[in-house]
Design a protein around this ligand. Structure first.
Ligand SMILES: C[S@@+](CC[C@H](N)C(=O)[O-])C[C@H]1O[C@@H](n2cnc3c(N)ncnc32)[C@H](O)[C@@H]1O
Length: 477
């Protein structure tokens, strides 16, 4: 029988493999370190920035930028009611693909992905220093965040075994390869446009800035930085993304667009206005994009990746079946703590494991009905295989972490962790909890194999060939 291939999280690549002795030292060092803080811009820079926004047509009726626990934030200067506008930013102050296209580097950025062209634009403006009209904005951008893309190797060793680590490494490799391309094809070829030096670290910084400061519907092709509005921080207690912002048109035919940010809740004078960034993101995504996580079980996820191996003797039939059902050769299933399995996971698993005496279901006469059959157990052999493979994958994945959930929980309770260590411990505990949950679902299923109803029995029942007590009915000739 063809066994399902479940890809467990990739192992730490060799440069990051650390001896257990080294890891112990690291935990202690990080536990004792102070809250990591990047230095905040001076009061004068904040005043400059506010004046710059007002001089360009921005409207800020009720907030001021100022220091808050999350870095900079927007502080209410009077009581602000729910749904009240806190800042309006005209389109000419947004930094998007149009800004780049109409700039001096526009001619060399055609065809680039929006994020790459905006990244080049910001880095170039930075190298221009005082000569850049964007200086007041550039001056208030943080030099780093707690996103895992900015973590040292020591810090990354704290998420050994996690999916977040492999994603972080993958993202950094992607940024590095994009940088190598633009460096060769644009920066070095247009020295007149890029006289200052731009390094991979600069490119990674700007990537982090774009990921952490873009609003949820302003990504991809619509990517835009909205100065000032992007000082708004996230509050996990705000459970709706509605009301927070909209794009409006002013003037004849709405030609002069502006970005309007609203307070989703009543805010007292002196307190910070916040929004909900994105309800859909998992803790791993929050950690990667923004550098924080929530203690909310709905954000604790683990992604199972299943694939139909090319070496599977029924590869073509199985591929046809998954594609007919809107899936691909490789499928990703996000499992969320405390929630039931994604409905398509079990049929996909059963299909991948299908073989032997069950292979007749792959014949073309079943093509229109097979997915329905796969939603229920096919055969004991098939069901046993999926339980075994999933449980082995969970066991394998769990063995890759350095700590147990209990150890992580004790560390969290100690209350002694810096902001990055809090993320590391929260992420690895969350992933393990979900893996344990998946394992227990398939352990229970394994213990019920004898009592499940399989395809052949259902078929006999449909044909009226099984009696009330499960006995096969024979007719006398
Ligand atoms: C859109 S910016 C908000 C302005 C930012 N605080 C600053 O100083 O420029 C998003 C970044 O703010 C910080 N941040 C926002 N909400 C946060 C939260 N609830 N907890 C921790 N950091 C937060 C993170 O560094 C995140 O990457």
């Amino acid at each position: 029988m063809a066994l399902p291939r479940i890809i467990s999280p990739p192992r730490l690549p060799s440069p990051l493999i650390l001896s257990s002795q080294f890891r112990k030292t690291t935990v202690r060092a990080i536990l004792q370190s102070k809250e990591s803080a990047t230095s905040l811009p001076s009061d004068a820079s904040l005043v400059d920035f506010s004046n710059w926004l007002l001089s360009k047509g921005g409207v800020v009726p009720s907030v001021k930028p100022g220091p808050v626990p999350e870095g900079l934030g927007l502080i209410a200067q009077r009581d602000i009611s729910r749904n009240e506008v806190v800042v309006e930013v005209p389109k000419k102050l947004w930094i998007d693909a149009d800004t780049v296209a109409s700039s001096e580097i526009g001619q060399v950025c055609g065809g680039l992905r929006p994020w790459v062209s905006i990244a080049l634009f910001l880095l170039r403006e930075k190298t221009l220093g005082d000569a850049s009209p964007w200086k007041p904005y550039l001056n208030v951008l943080p030099s780093s965040t707690d996103s895992t893309i900015f973590w040292s190797e020591e810090e990354l060793s704290q998420i050994q075994g996690t999916q977040l680590l492999s994603t972080t490494i993958g993202v950094k490799e992607y940024v590095e390869s994009e940088f190598a391309k633009v460096e060769e094809e644009i920066i070095l070829k247009s020295k007149n446009l890029f006289p200052g030096s731009i390094t991979y670290d600069d490119f990674l910084w700007v990537f982090g800035i774009l990921r952490s400061r873009s609003f949820s519907r302003l990504r991809g092709d619509n990517l835009a930085l909205i100065p000032f509005a992007d000082l708004i921080n996230h509050n996990p207690d705000i459970t709706s993304e509605d009301l927070a912002w909209e794009i409006k048109g002013k003037g004849l035919f709405g030609r002069d667009q502006f970005f309007s940010l609203r307070a989703p809740l009543f805010v007292k004078s002196g307190e910070q206005v916040c929004i909900q960034y994105d309800l859909e993101k998992s803790n791993a995504e929050l950690a990667l994009d923004y550098g924080f996580i929530e203690s909310n079980p709905n954000r604790e996820t683990y992604t199972l990746m299943l694939e139909i191996a090319e070496s599977d003797p029924f590869y073509d039939d199985k591929l046809d079946i998954v594609e007919t059902n809107g899936l691909n050769e490789t499928a990703y299933f996000d499992i969320v703590l405390g929630q039931t399995l994604t409905p398509q996971l079990l049929p996909y698993l059963r299909l991948v494991a299908l073989g032997g005496t069950d292979a007749f279901l792959l014949e073309s006469i079943f093509r229109n009905t097979i997915w329905g059959h796969l939603e229920l157990p096919v055969s004991r052999e098939n069901e046993e295989a999926i339980c075994r493979v999933v449980r082995d994958a969970c066991k394998n994945a769990l063995s890759a972490y350095d700590t147990s959930v209990e150890e992580d929980e004790r560390l969290m309770e100690s209350g002694n962790l810096d902001s990055r260590m809090k993320i590391a411990v929260g992420i690895r505990a969350g992933e393990k909890r979900v893996l344990q949950q998946i394992d227990s679902i398939f352990r229970n299923r394994e213990s019920e194999l004898d009592g499940l109803e399989y395809y052949q029995e259902r078929r006999l029942k449909d044909l009226g060939l099984v009696g009330d007590n499960g006995e096969i009915i024979f007719w006398e000739s």
